[in-house]
Design a protein. Structure first.
Length: 224
């Protein structure tokens, strides 16, 4: 079946700047990976399967390919757009402010862990004048149960000449509240980093657009 007339009409609407429904916008994108197929039904099913237009672009290959009509080309296209969305969102955060500005810090950490469907642990590094140096992933899996690459993290921080760090992880599908294991792990990390002359200025847990600070240093933890 020739769908060229329908494609021309909807593309013309897009080029005129007319508002398109979420499924219509996704349908237009899929024109580029499925040039000879009616992508309307595929777009509807993608949104239904993933839950929203946004979640389509943050879904993994397995979920995307579970939708009939979505193959390797469409998956790659959607994944590329998802990565562009992620980086654009992260780039709106002002890393020069996150050392002193708690609100901007939490916004940055939420953007950093946005869309992650498994638990990840990141380390944000600052130099001796409190300037942002870099952010690196130091672990994945359940925060207190998986092997966080502590030795590797210390090595990275030392090599970058970091004087202080922030440790952040996420609770995919959960709440932004630290568990007892999170608290215990935080206290252990405080001591390990302090012994390497690196200050942990905060531990954070992220869930969706919520971010909570926890694991404040205790005199007991630092003297054990």
């Amino acid at each position: 079946m020739d769908h060229s007339e329908h494609r021309q009409r909807i593309m013309a609407r897009f080029e005129r700047g007319e508002y398109l429904e979420d499924h219509e916008l996704l349908e237009v994108l899929l024109f580029f990976s499925r040039p000879r197929v009616n992508t309307n039904g595929i777009a509807h099913e993608l949104i239904d399967t993933c839950g929203s237009l946004r979640e389509v672009f943050y879904s993994d290959d397995k979920r995307l390919k579970s939708v009939s009509g979505v193959g390797q080309h469409s998956t790659r296209l959607i994944s590329i757009i998802g990565e562009i969305m992620y980086r654009c969102n992260l780039s709106t955060c002002n890393t020069s402010k996150i050392y002193n500005d708690e609100e901007e810090r939490k916004r940055y950490l939420c953007a950093l862990l946005d869309g992650a469907d498994e638990e990840k642990v990141y380390m944000v590094m600052f130099n001796r004048t409190n300037r942002f140096i870099d952010c690196v992933q130091i672990g994945e899996g359940l925060y207190g149960e998986s092997e966080i690459g502590v030795a590797r993290a210390i090595e990275k921080a030392t090599r970058a000449q970091a004087a202080s760090v922030i440790i952040a992880h996420n609770h995919p599908g959960g709440i932004a509240a630290a568990s007892a294991t999170d608290e215990e792990t935080a206290q252990k990390l405080n001591v390990i980093f302090l012994n390497s002359d690196i200050d942990v200025i905060g531990h954070y847990v992220v869930a969706g657009n919520k971010c909570t600070r926890y694991g404040e240093k205790s005199n007991k933890a630092l003297t054990e």
